[in-house]
Design a protein around this ligand. Structure first.
Ligand SMILES: Cc1cc2nc3c(=O)[nH]c(=O)nc-3n(C[C@H](O)[C@H](O)[C@H](O)COP(=O)(O)OP(=O)(O)OC[C@H]3O[C@@H](n4cnc5c(N)ncnc54)[C@H](O)[C@@H]3O)c2cc1C
Length: 479
């Protein structure tokens, strides 16, 4: 009897122990599942996780609102456009830009918005002007080849419905001084104009920063091309915003690619952190750079008949022939024509009843942006700001002010300075695209590394917790 009681007691204890183990096992399993859910949700659903950030930084497929993809832009830019443009901008015709280079004290006369407080810190802010003897003699005189207006080929009689994307090549014989409805520049004001050699004044870090620079960008964005909220704004306003943002990205990339790393030692070089902070970490800014590049490229190729027949005379026969030849190679490049025949389709814009009114409104906003460039408080920044905004204004003029439907029915006429600005702008954008393509994988890898270090640390902490929890429950189960 006693023996039977002892056996029963033992059996009951074993059953209780078994139940206890099962209880501990169940609690352990639930806790482990909770820990696992917490870890997986942290690294798969969190929008700030490394995986998501990596995906959003890949640039593939068609560039938004354009007709060409990122991969094609990279390859055609690297293989064809960049080398051609680099050579073209060194020719005498393209390297001298006519601009007002007013001393700081006179700046307020030109800036229609506010007197500048001159924030520029470095010697590198100032522009190196050309001596009178250096720039081409032919540039000093008004063109003797200008056509009387009745000699311009009329574009009437084209079918109203179809968009004519060709430009009248016969209209061009010489450089005309005509107003650009998109810009605020007046090239006829010769007394204060001077020529600068762009090769001697590279766009790079100048030390222009702080409230003065910020005020210009703020005025450009907030008053003249407010950020569109997707779906709310019309396509045309979106285009203006993207052009300015793309230009801003390009300026920041040039600052970062030629930066004063150590002022005391006069050491210049690449500042990749700055490039990441200002451009690469914002995928939209990179996309807008590609958009602006394709937009300007479309303008250049649309004006091909005109540009082919233009005169690139500076008095230096060999160099002028070279400029002409390089322009032809650019305009009729078979690789470019095959890979990206229509970089941007301007025919989709200004449709509908409000088209003409909208165009006037955006034209006014762009003229304001152009006028704002006179308020940039650093000469070299102002030079490149004015040149590139004039380049954009020229692209806008080519794409939107001259076609079969223009009110005036006037064929395209460009000022010499507009052509110089257009080509130099395309070259700047091309350099930026190349730079982004070359350095962004390594910067992104570095940044991903920095991002993943804390994540790796977190993972190992989680692993330690996991092991501790697992070990504890195993011990309990072995009890
Ligand atoms: C016309 C112009 C030309 C300049 N040229 C030079 C130059 O040659 N060399 C030089 O050293 N400095 C130049 N600067 C100054 C330079 O652009 C910066 O303003 C300065 O370096 C201070 O930079 P930041 O970090 O405050 O940002 P900023 O570049 O001033 O940007 C101001 C704000 O604009 C927004 N933003 C920035 N980039 C973009 C983008 N791509 N798209 C949309 N929004 C954006 C952000 O909200 C940012 O905070 C120029 C300024 C202007 C206005």
């Amino acid at each position: 009897m006693v023996e039977a009681e002892v056996i029963m007691k033992k059996k009951n204890e074993e059953e209780r122990g078994g139940k206890r183990r099962w209880g501990w096992a169940a609690i352990g399993a639930v806790l482990m599942v909770l820990v696992a859910i917490s870890i997986t949700s942290k690294y798969t659903k969190n929008p700030n996780s490394c995986q998501c950030a990596q995906d959003s930084r890949k640039y593939t497929g068609i560039v938004e609102d354009c007709c060409c993809d990122y991969e094609t832009v990279d390859s055609i830019n690297g293989a064809v456009l960049h080398p051609l443009l680099q050579e073209l901008v060194t020719t005498p015709f393209f390297r001298y830009f006519k601009t007002k280079t007013l001393p700081q004290v006179k700046l307020w006369c030109d800036c229609p918005f506010w007197p500048d407080d001159g924030m520029c810190k470095l010697r590198d802010c100032s522009v190196c002007e050309c001596p009178e003897t250096e720039f081409p003699e032919l540039f000093k005189k008004p063109s003797q080849y200008a056509l009387p207006s009745d000699d311009l080929k009329c574009q009437e009689g084209k079918p109203e419905a179809a968009v004519d994307r060709t430009l009248d090549s016969k209209a061009f014989r010489g450089w005309m001084e005509v107003d650009n409805p998109w810009t605020n520049d007046d090239e006829t004001d010769n007394s204060e104009m001077t020529y600068v050699n762009l090769l001697l004044n590279p766009e790079r870090y100048t030390g222009y920063t702080g409230p003065s620079a910020r005020r210009i960008w703020d005025a450009v964005y907030s008053e003249n091309c407010p950020q569109y909220a997707s779906g709310e704004s019309c396509q045309e306003k979106k285009v203006l915003y993207k052009l300015i943002s793309g230009l801003h990205s390009s300026i920041s990339i040039h600052i970062a690619s030629d930066y004063l790393l150590d002022e005391a030692k006069s050491l210049w070089g690449k500042n990749l952190d700055l490039m990441y902070d200002r451009v690469l970490r914002y995928p939209d800014r990179v996309r807008n750079l590609y958009f602006t590049y394709l937009f300007v490229l479309r303008a250049v190729t649309k004006a091909k008949n005109y540009l082919e027949q233009a005169e690139y005379e500076t008095g230096n026969h060999d160099e002028d022939l070279k400029a002409q030849s390089l322009i032809r190679q650019l305009l009729y490049n078979p690789k470019l024509q095959a890979a990206c025949p229509l970089p941007f389709d301007e025919a989709k814009l200004w449709q509908g009843q409000s088209g003409p009114e909208l165009k006037q409104q955006i034209q006014k906003q762009f003229r304001n942006i152009s006028a704002l460039m006179d308020c940039v408080g650093c000469e070299k920044c102002r030079l490149w700001g004015k040149l590139q905004v004039l380049g954009l204004g020229t692209a806008l003029k080519i794409l939107f002010s001259v076609d079969g439907h223009s009110q005036s029915n006037q064929p395209l006429q460009l000022q010499r300075n507009e052509v110089i600005a257009l080509v130099n702008l395309l070259n700047r954008l091309s350099e930026s695209i190349k730079f982004v393509q070359e350095v962004s994988p390594s910067i992104e890898k570095k940044m991903d590394g920095l991002l993943s270090e804390p994540i790796a640390e977190e993972f190992s902490s989680w692993r330690r917790i996991w092991e501790a929890v697992g070990g504890f429950w195993l011990k309990k189960l072995q009890l």
